[in-house]
Design a protein around this ligand. Structure first.
Ligand SMILES: Cc1cc2nc3c(=O)[nH]c(=O)nc-3n(C[C@H](O)[C@H](O)[C@H](O)COP(=O)(O)OP(=O)(O)OC[C@H]3O[C@@H](n4cnc5c(N)ncnc54)[C@H](O)[C@@H]3O)c2cc1C
Length: 449
């Protein structure tokens, strides 16, 4: 059930898809086509017109509900998030000042954008593709905002929904869906990133307090950790050596047992907040442990959902790079007063990027459909996460060249996407690690160690 977002979504669905597509195309022609550029987009006998913003008409694969959710998310992101990334002085800017506004998650919660594909507990119960379209809208603005949302929606809420007890679900999911309770996901450690199975964080039975564990260890590069209320920490049980998931509630941790210092001066994802989780004999009730899931299956299943969101999210960042580069190329003039867009090398860069964005979007929609039918495999998710992140980063770097020296100014937005997209290619399984997952599935031989 969608909460306050429902009336807005319904008003959108009053227009037919064909009418909305036509309206959107008219808006694009009127607003985005600079005066000196003509519309050479070919039309077919049936009247279909090539749309550079959706070259392979992926929108035709979406349901009315998905289109309406995407519209709501895009409008919120452009109207409320984009102005916060780089505000005119003297306002505090999310990117330059590494200032993450905690209110964003509450706003997203009010719109029903958090955990949108989960059923019950105040979540929207929408499709996997719909949730991916939300991440695409957010990442069109900034990958840092999408990271904060993905951790909340996919890693933490998704994990509790899949592995939590009834009590855990009832306690955490509804306030998390409203953005009132903020989550973090602690898997990576200073000495163990790509190889989380070697983690050193441990959970041992409390020696004096029955029904409690004591958690000790360090997690690093943890999105949202400095401000999170509930931290999902993966640790090895001392008795068995098996990895288990714990929900650590900050408010219940005695002083000195939990520290979450921020990691400052990042050169990517500056609009998100990142930190460490340091646990020193931190008491956690056994009731806050996931009851049945053991080993890496738990964290990897959470990561699967988040990686799906990233695969559509980075397409949003790439599409924003294309749009910015196209506008710049049409306006900037060099040699005989020609716009840069007149030159073949510039056009090739735009054509390559638009092709990769279109292919990546189609692939993600297909995997999202399979996921909802229970037919998606982790390798499929590795494939689209790896490919879409690689292509988004590569094309963003190439499109950056179109801006010449101006690319160095953060006001043009392109350098910010390039720095962010490096991180998306690195976290949640670095690109080469996903190659190894795919290589293992193709050859039957593992090449990790
Ligand atoms: C901004 C940011 C936010 C993050 N948020 C979170 C979060 O919320 N929660 C969380 O748990 N983690 C988070 N991470 C951590 C992230 O998931 C890790 O950085 C990532 O998994 C890579 O681990 P590593 O940095 O230790 O690199 P390493 O594992 O040291 O890898 C370094 C390089 O070596 C390569 N490599 C490693 N092993 C092999 C091999 N066997 N064969 C070939 N190549 C190999 C890798 O591909 C990579 O290129 C975040 C990271 C960043 C930067």
């Amino acid at each position: 059930m969608l909460r306050p977002v429902v009336p807005r979504l319904r008003s959108h669905t009053l227009l037919s898809y064909a009418t909305r597509t036509k309206l959107r195309q008219q808006q694009q022609q009127q607003q985005l086509l600079p005066r000196y550029s003509r519309n050479y987009a070919s039309s077919s006998a049936s009247g279909a017109v090539f749309n550079w913003q959706d070259p392979l008409a992926s929108n035709t694969l979406l349901t009315d509900e998905e289109l309406a959710i995407a519209d709501t998310a895009e409008r919120y992101c452009q109207e409320r998030l984009l102005p916060r990334v780089l505000l005119p002085p003297p306002r505090i800017e999310a990117y330059r000042d590494e200032n993450y506004d905690r209110e964003i998650l509450s706003e997203m919660g009010e719109l029903g954008l958090l955990g949108a594909n989960l059923q019950g507990y105040g979540c929207a119960g929408a499709s996997t593709v719909a949730a991916g379209l939300i991440t695409r809208a957010v990442e069109r603005v900034d990958s840092g905002y999408r990271s904060g949302m993905s951790v909340q929606s996919s890693l933490v809420m998704g994990g509790i929904h899949e592995f939590g007890t009834t009590e855990q679900k009832e306690k955490f999911l509804e306030p998390m869906a409203r953005g009132k309770l903020l989550g973090a996901f602690g898997l990576t450690e200073p000495n163990h990133g790509s190889d989380p199975g070697s983690m050193e964080t441990t959970a041992r039975q409390h020696p004096t307090k029955s029904g409690y564990f004591l958690l000790s260890g360090s997690k690093t590069w943890i999105t949202n950790s400095p401000i999170a209320d509930v931290l999902m920490v993966w640790a090895k049980l001392a008795e068995t050596g098996k990895i288990r998931g714990f929900l650590v509630e900050r408010k219940d941790c005695p002083p000195g047992t939990l520290e979450t210092p921020p990691i400052k001066n990042k050169n990517g994802l500056r609009a998100s907040i990142t930190g460490m989780i340091q646990l020193d004999n931190c008491p956690v009730p056994a009731a806050n442990m996931f009851p049945d899931v053991e080993g890496l299956r738990g964290p990897f299943s959470c990561l699967n959902s988040a990686r799906y969101g990233i695969s559509l999210g980075v397409m949003g960042a790439l599409e924003d790079c294309i749009s910015r580069a196209r506008t710049y190329a049409l306006e900037r003039r060099q040699f005989k007063n020609n716009p840069l867009a007149k030159y073949q090398l510039v056009q090739k860069k735009l054509a390559d990027a638009a092709t990769d964005a279109a292919y990546g979007t189609l692939a993600a929609i297909q995997v999202g459909r399979l996921k909802d039918e229970g037919k998606a495999t982790p390798e499929m998710i590795s494939m689209i996460k790896r490919q879409n992140c690689d292509r988004a980063l590569h094309n963003a770097r190439v499109l950056q060249e179109i801006f010449g020296g101006n690319a160095v100014s953060d006001e043009y937005g392109i350098g910010r996407h390039v720095a962010n997209l490096f991180v998306t290619q690195t976290y949640e399984g670095q690109s080469d690690i996903h190659s190894l997952i795919l290589g293992r599935a193709i050859t039957g031989v593992q090449a990790f160690a």
